[in-house]
Design a protein around this ligand. Structure first.
Ligand code: ATP
Ligand code: MG
Length: 342
């Protein structure tokens, strides 16, 4: 059975960018494929402090991250659905070290996210963990032989790194140690998309919306007060063209609002573009999107509030038992290949 796997880092409160780019596609795939695939939805909690965070809040954020998977529609009672914390499956860290030793420094140094993130960190503490996190991400994927990893467009370079590591190790040890994750184009097709999703920052629409952005106005967080979120949409940066068009190159702010409107209402983007074609009131479009965002957040937050902590503990106990079994089997295979075990 093939494995579909994804995770969302819980360093900060997730945004609607994370929801639309990662949670929603994964839930859709889970619904379509739970009968014929393992669906691994994990919390990459070891990735949480590659950039500085408030450690007192982390544990609750991890548990809330799991509630978000369920609130987004994940049916955790399905036997092929596995929810686990990366930190509770030690094989992730152990495989990461081995993979590190088969990852050329030059290749890891090319990761643009490291360059961007390290440049953004204002207290100058850039950790080795931040540099190394794409290799840990490769371990997260390769341990479970995952072929499909629904993720946003910003993660494709890391996916490519994981593929390269797997191809290199399979070749070196002349056996199929790892399943090679599908390449970018096939991933996108598998998600039912034409291209990877990138929800834009509300204040700087040429950039992506990021949960770690210190600018609260740039993002809609999943725990935002719905009325406040509506205000953020109303003050989103647009342009001076004066006509509503989908044109990411020249009208990124407007195109972003059209995209959010389509995705939140489960409508084809072409239909939403057609609804607004030729209209000139940015205010009308913003009011419509603000309303959709406020509704979405109210519903979502009500679903989160309904999930109790005991049910999370049960889900994790089952998911982590499964994940440890699968991951340890793979780790042993690799340890044998590299000569650590007989
Ligand atoms: P950070 O700023 O901490 O890196 P992030 O918002 O980029 O946060 P990640 O934890 O890096 O979130 O990514 C989690 C998942 O969400 C990934 O699959 C990523 O591709 C997806 N994702 C992140 N931002 C967006 C976005 N703006 N649009 C679509 N998908 C996104
Ligand atoms: Mg990111």
């Amino acid at each position: 059975m093939q494995t579909i796997l994804t995770g969302v880092r819980v360093n900060e409160e997730p945004t609607i960018g994370n929801f639309l780019g990662a949670y929603a596609p994964m839930i859709k795939l889970a619904q379509q494929h739970a009968g014929d695939s393992h669906i691994n939805m994990f919390v990459p909690d070891l990735h949480s402090f590659t950039t500085p965070i408030d450690h007192d809040k982390l544990y609750n954020q991890i548990i809330r991250g799991i509630k978000y998977y369920l609130a987004a529609g994940l049916d955790a009672s399905h036997p092929n659905l596995h929810v686990y914390r990366q930190s509770h499956v030690a094989a992730h860290s152990e495989l990461c070290w081995i993979l590190d030793c088969f990852t050329p420094f030059g290749e890891a140094s090319r990761m643009t996210q490291f360059k961007e993130k390290s440049a953004d960190i204002n207290n100058n503490f850039v950790s080795v963990g931040l540099f190394n996190y794409p290799v840990l991400m490769a371990a997260d994927i390769l341990l479970y032989d995952a072929k499909y990893i629904p993720l946003g467009e910003d993660q494709f370079q890391h996916l490519e790194l994981a593929r390269n590591i797997a191809i290199r190790m399979n070749r070196k040890f002349q056996q199929e140690l790892f399943t090679i994750p599908a390449p970018e184009r096939e991933q996108v097709r598998f998600m039912g998309l034409e291209q990877g999703l990138r929800i834009r920052s509300l204040t700087e629409p040429h950039k992506k919306m990021s949960k770690s952005s210190p600018n609260e106005k740039s993002k809609i967080s999943l725990d935002d007060d719905p009325q406040l979120a509506a205000k953020k949409i109303m003050s989103a940066t647009t342009d001076s063209e004066g006509v509503i068009r989908f044109d990411m190159a020249n009208q990124a702010g407007i195109s972003n609002l059209l995209t959010i409107e389509a995705l939140l209402n489960n409508r084809p983007i072409q239909d939403v573009i057609a609804d607004w074609a030729g209209q000139t009131s940015y205010g009308d479009l913003k009011r419509k999107v603000a309303d959709s965002v406020a509704h979405f957040l109210s519903d979502f937050q009500a679903r989160v509030a309904d999930i109790d902590d005991t049910s999370i503990e049960q889900i994790l106990a089952q998911g982590e038992a499964y994940a440890n079994e699968v991951a340890n089997r793979k780790l042993h295979l690799i340890q044998r290949a590299v000569g650590l075990r007989k």
